[in-house]
Design a protein around this ligand. Structure first.
Ligand SMILES: C[S@@+](CC[C@H](N)C(=O)[O-])C[C@H]1O[C@@H](n2cnc3c(N)ncnc32)[C@H](O)[C@@H]1O
Length: 258
């Protein structure tokens, strides 16, 4: 069987978010506070937030006291991030120039699967201060079983499969292997939240996912209508199993500094 191309090579999807930037900012979830607290361990921590989008994670990190610089290639996403008072450098991470700058923490919120890991990981190793951390985070929201199978069955008819790039255990195992190869040791942190969405809020969230964003207009309208009918008026009970892989370089610790 032919091997599937890695998701980051699908640039049509990677570059699709700007067309739904406002909905993205409004409906995509914030990261659990417990996760942000694990990351911002001291005021003034120098953080680089990569693929920052509309600045959801950047604003949370800044709110917890970090000094955040965002990197984001899309103009419309970057504009919303900048509007939150976060300095943004417009570029892909692969092309972005660090210019001798280093960071105590580099974060990728829902964005590591959009970069080429073979370019990103060696670059990250050079960007981190000794003992610095890399945090790869994903909010993984799924509807409860009662409605999920039906939503997935109908969505599949439009070529839309739900699992995100990282939600499967195979994807995570592959990522862990890549991290080890670049001498990153990772700690796995999961935070679980129970959520409830109104029908419209659920659909607005789902239609900010790149596989939905790139659907043709007619298919999008039809799918949204069919999902709305399936869900009915009661909305969706869901769970967020937020995941962070908090990584440090195996051979570099604060004690080995200097
Ligand atoms: C799913 S959004 C995540 C946004 C934000 N971090 C969050 O947590 O909501 C992914 C973002 O990655 C950006 N992106 C795509 N390719 C990228 C690349 N090669 N380097 C950096 N960012 C990229 C997209 O423009 C988009 O804003």
């Amino acid at each position: 069987m032919a091997e599937q191309a890695p998701v980051f090579t699908d640039r049509r999807r990677a570059e699709s978010f700007g067309s739904v930037a406002e909905d993205y900012d409004r409906y995509r979830p914030r990261y659990p506070d417990a996760l942000i607290a694990r990351l911002v361990t001291a005021p003034g921590l120098r953080v680089l937030d990569v693929g920052a989008g509309t600045g959801i994670s950047s604003a949370q990190l800044a709110g917890a006291g970090a000094d955040v610089l965002a990197v984001e290639p899309d103009a419309q996403m970057a504009a919303l991030c900048a509007a939150k008072g976060i300095p943004v450098e417009r570029n892909t991470f692969e092309q972005w120039q660090p210019r001798d700058r280093t960071f105590d923490l580099v974060t990728f919120g829902q964005s590591f699967h959009w970069v080429d890991p073979d370019v990103a990981l060696p670059k990250l190793a050079r960007l981190l201060t000794p003992g610095g951390r890399l945090a790869l985070m994903w909010n993984r929201i799924t509807a409860n079983d009662s409605v999920r199978r039906e939503l997935e069955r109908v969505s599949a008819q439009y070529g839309v499969t739900t699992p995100a790039a990282t939600s499967g255990s195979n994807a995570e195992t592959a990522l862990q292997a890549l991290l080890r190869r670049t001498e990153f040791t990772s700690e796995r942190v999961e935070v679980r939240e129970e959520l409830h969405y109104s029908t419209e809020d659920w659909l607005s969230l789902v239609f900010t996912h790149s596989n939905h964003v790139v659907l043709e207009h007619a298919a999008k309208t039809e799918l949204r209508g069919r999902l709305a009918t399936l869900i009915g008026d009661d909305g969706v009970d869901a769970v967020n199993e937020a995941l962070a892989l908090i990584c440090t370089r195996s051979n570099v610790t604060p004690a080995s500094r200097g």
